[in-house]
Each structure stands twice: as structure tokens, then as C-alpha cells.
Ligand binder design. Sequence first.
Ligand code: SAM
Length: 235
Amino acid sequence: MAGGGAMRSRITRTGRVLEDTFFKQAKAKGYVARSAFKLQEIQQKHKLISPGGAVLDLGCHPGAWLQVACESLGPTKRGGRVIGVDIQETRRPDKFCDDRVEIVQADARELGPEFWALHCPGGVDVVLSDMCHFTLGNSVADAFKSLDLARTAWGIATGGDNAASAEEQLELPWGAPGRGVLKPGGSLVMKILQGTGTQEFAAELRRDFTKVAWHRCKATRSESKEIFLLGLKRK
Ligand SMILES: C[S@@+](CC[C@H](N)C(=O)[O-])C[C@H]1O[C@@H](n2cnc3c(N)ncnc32)[C@H](O)[C@@H]1O
């Protein structure tokens, strides 16, 4: 993990830090982005990804979470898989990723049951969403759009607003709109830019998860509204 402030940061004229300690440590260790440390921190605290598990990573470009997720699966002989989805074309990083990582270029908002039947036929143990739009600098609009993407991830994981009753779900295939792809006991991580509606969204998640928690990462820039909302242990 990153630590120590010995390395100096590059700062723009407006004061934005371009290459900070996390950026340099990511580069030195072979992670494709500093965001690797965010998932490492969440994983260290909550132990969401288990060796041999199945992970869906929404908004996976450029691939740092794919690297951390694949590392967390343990040795290849344990099995497991990571399915990454991003609108942008994404190359599988050479370091920390192996054949267990599959990447699909797609808009997560447009994926339907056929996609999930093909790519997650047995459901997954963890759904990660670091999805983020190109931010506009308007905090109200940015929070609204990020909430929309988090709701997309929730819908993919559990059916979200469209979830069927527990009994009906048992009759549905994984990935059906009423069931989602997340297995019972599995967890959901969503990036959110805090703003109107985020607390209400967290309250809605309690219907689906045994525990709902917030996590602000050390690698998140101090000026950012970013926070991760976690749904732990799907009911
Ligand atoms: C912060 S980056 C993800 C970084 C990634 N977790 C990593 O560690 O390398 C956010 C990503 O979300 C993707 N994204 C935004 N909206 C999306 C959507 N509707 N479907 C799929 N990906 C989306 C963007 O293309 C962008 O690559």
C-alpha cells in the first residue's frame, strides 16, 4: 500500500496534484492506475473477494481493479474469474492479470439477460463498480450522474428497483432483471460522488444487503466527493 510522504508531487498552476505519491507507487509496482490502492484498501478491510471467486468489474478501464481483483483470486490452480466491462476499449494488463480475466467493451446500462447468461452463467460473488462519467465540475450534475451509474450497478447486481420477491427469484436465471447476477452472501461496491439522494440510495440498499457501509479511500484525492458505498452479504 501507499504510504510515506517522501516523494514529491507535481502540482498544476490551479493547484491540482497530477502525479502524487499513489500515482508514483502504482507505476513503480506495475499497476496501471492509482485506483488500484482504493480496491486494495476496500479488500483489506472487507475481504470481499475470495480465492477462486467470480468478480464482475463494471467500468474496468484502464484495468487497475482487474489487476487487484485477479491478484485476490489467489493462484491460478484455485480457479475463479474476473469479468471486466467498460465503454472504452480496454487491454488486459500484463502484470497481475492472467487468463481468468475477460474484458468486454460495452455500455453497462445496455446489457440484458442474454449478456449475463453468456458471461456470468452461474452468477458472481462480487460486483464492483468504479464507473464514472466524464465529470463536468458541476457538483449537482456530477452527483446525479454518478448516482445513476451506481443504480445501474445495483440493478445488475440484485435487480435493484425491479427485483422480484425472494421466492420468485429462485425461478429466474442469473442476470434476469428480477434477480441480478450477485449470489446470496455476495457483495456490491459502488463509487458515488456524494450529493442529493446518496443517503436515500444507501437506505434502499438495506432491503437487499445484511449490512450497508461507506468507505472513503486514502487514495481518493482530498478535493474529491468520491466515496464508495458497499452492500455486504446479499440477503
Ligand atoms: C474511474 S474509471 C475506472 C477505473 C478502474 N476501476 C481502474 O481501476 O482501472 C471509470 C470508468 O467508468 C467507465 N464508464 C462510465 N460509464 C460507463 C458505462 N455506462 N458502462 C461502462 N463503463 C462506463 C469509463 O469509461 C471509465 O473507464
